[in-house]
Ligand binder design. Structure first.
Ligand code: COA
Length: 259
């Protein structure tokens, strides 16, 4: 596995870092020696997560941030650099989603998810760029998407379109910012058990068993599977990897194509 110094002296900013996959990424980064900043909307949840990380001996800070607001994102990222002296890793993990067949989706429902997922990711990249350029380790952007953005996602057209947009944005930035020594990659998780996303999209809609069967491995993944992928991409072990989409989905999309 990774050594405890794998991310030593790096500073990571993780949106949606208070819960689910974002918290596990923050925890994994912290255990590998990084200083972590978690940014989310809900102050109570954020403070609880910050305290949990600190109790593990992790250097962690929480900044209340709505990723739909560029000024807030910029302020939180600038405050991160003011506090820790650098920014090396940006993880765009914050996401909003709800199940709704497209004919019943209101323009505001569509816009809300696009604002959180796609615009929020763009705001993070833009606000982080000048700082990532200065990183002595090389800057790093990792965005959490899903292969459902590529395959189509009935009942979640807003999230699917946003995630496809993030994939395209990431590939563009990998080329535009490669000369600045910034690597830009995405991770595509499959259904990860014990997350709000799986609860909302699959368990609450009675599709839990079916969705497990849809994966080649026949089961939900764990949050640690995604955190491990995020450590790898942020580390020097992935020094020559940029513009990649690391699929960690138990073979779901391949099974979809194969069947
Ligand atoms: N079905 C249909 N429309 C819905 C909906 C649902 N289940 N939930 C929200 N909407 C619509 C609302 O009706 C509203 O549109 P309208 O003004 O035309 O009526 C619009 O979406 C915004 O809803 P609102 O509740 O004001 O947004 P919010 O900013 O408080 O919440 C969400 C954002 C909608 C994404 C909410 O689900 C959320 O906070 N999710 C965060 C957690 C999450 O989604 N995690 C899973 C990540 S995979």
């Amino acid at each position: 596995m990774f050594a405890p110094h794998t991310l030593k002296d790096r500073v990571a900013f993780i949106t949606g870092g208070a819960g689910d996959i974002g918290f596990d990424i923050a925890q994994a980064y912290g255990r590998m020696g990084a200083k972590v900043v978690i940014a989310s909307r809900n102050e109570e949840r954020l403070k609880k997560a910050e305290a949990e990380l600190q109790a593990q001996g992790i250097e962690a800070t929480a900044f209340v941030t709505d990723v739909r607001n560029f000024d807030q994102v910029k302020r939180s990222i600038d405050d991160t650099v003011a506090k820790y002296g650098a920014l090396d890793i940006l993880v765009n993990n914050a996401a909003g989603n709800f199940h709704c067949p497209t004919a019943g989706l209101t323009p505001n429902g569509w816009k809300t998810v696009i604002d959180i997922d796609l615009n929020g990711t763009f705001y993070g990249c833009l606000a982080a760029y000048e700082h990532l350029k200065q990183s002595t380790h090389g800057g790093n952007i990792i965005s959490i998407i899903t292969m459902l953005g590529v395959m189509g996602w009935p009942g979640a057209a807003h999230a699917a379109a946003a995630k496809a947009g993030i994939l395209s944005l990431s590939r563009t930035l990998a080329v535009e910012w490669g000369g600045d020594n910034i690597r830009v990659n995405t991770i595509s998780p499959g259904p990860i058990g014990d997350t709000e996303g799986v609860k909302r999209m699959y368990l609450d809609t009675g599709r839990g068993e079916l969705e497990q069967k849809k994966t080649a491995l026949g089961r939900f993944g764990a949050k640690a599977d995604i955190a491990n992928a995020a450590v790898y991409l942020a580390s020097d072990l992935a020094a020559y990897t940029t513009g990649d989409n690391l699929v960690v989905d138990g073979g779901r999309w391949l099974k979809y194509v194969a069947n």
